[in-house]
Design a protein around this ligand. Structure first.
Ligand SMILES: [Zn+2]
Length: 144
């Protein structure tokens, strides 16, 4: 396995970050009020639950529905450049490696409760080496 160069970190190529906290809060308000049933939102597929087990990262956020365990975050990668790897779950160390290998791909972070199967999109962002190109002129401008 090739390790990415130290200078090419995950954070450096991360861009177009979208946060889904508002949608999550709105959906949970519906659940708490009883307008949406827990069976409608606790519907993680066996595929997602398995991805959480093998590729997930533990978070310190307790499940908002069952409150029995901390949520696991799973990162899914999408993009034409990835070819056969598109649509698969990846651990953070793999994301960093892929960010150094590919021009551009999108990461969707999903939180999953392995107890009650609650799942929701947390964040999406773009990674890849093409994000580095736009940084260089900006850095030069700042130095002038
Ligand atoms: Zn739960």
């Amino acid at each position: 396995m090739l390790e990415p160069p130290r200078s090419l970190s995950l954070v450096q190529t991360q861009r177009q970050v979208v946060d889904y906290a508002l949608q999550r809060r709105a959906l949970l308000a519906e659940v708490y009020s009883g307008r949406v049933g827990t069976t409608d939102v606790c519907d993680a597929s066996p595929y997602l639950l398995r991805a959480a087990k093998f590729h997930g990262q533990p978070s310190d956020v307790i499940c908002p529905v069952c409150r029995k365990e901390a949520l696991t975050r799973v990162s899914w990668v999408y993009g034409d450049a990835l070819k056969h790897a598109a649509g698969s779950a990846r651990a953070p160390v793999e994301l960093a490696r892929m960010a150094a290998l590919f021009d551009e791909f999108t990461v969707y972070v999903v939180e999953v409760c392995r107890t009650c199967s609650w799942n929701h999109l947390v964040q999406s962002y773009v990674l890849g080496t093409s994000g580095l190109d736009t940084r260089k002129p900006r850095r030069r401008t700042a130095a002038e």
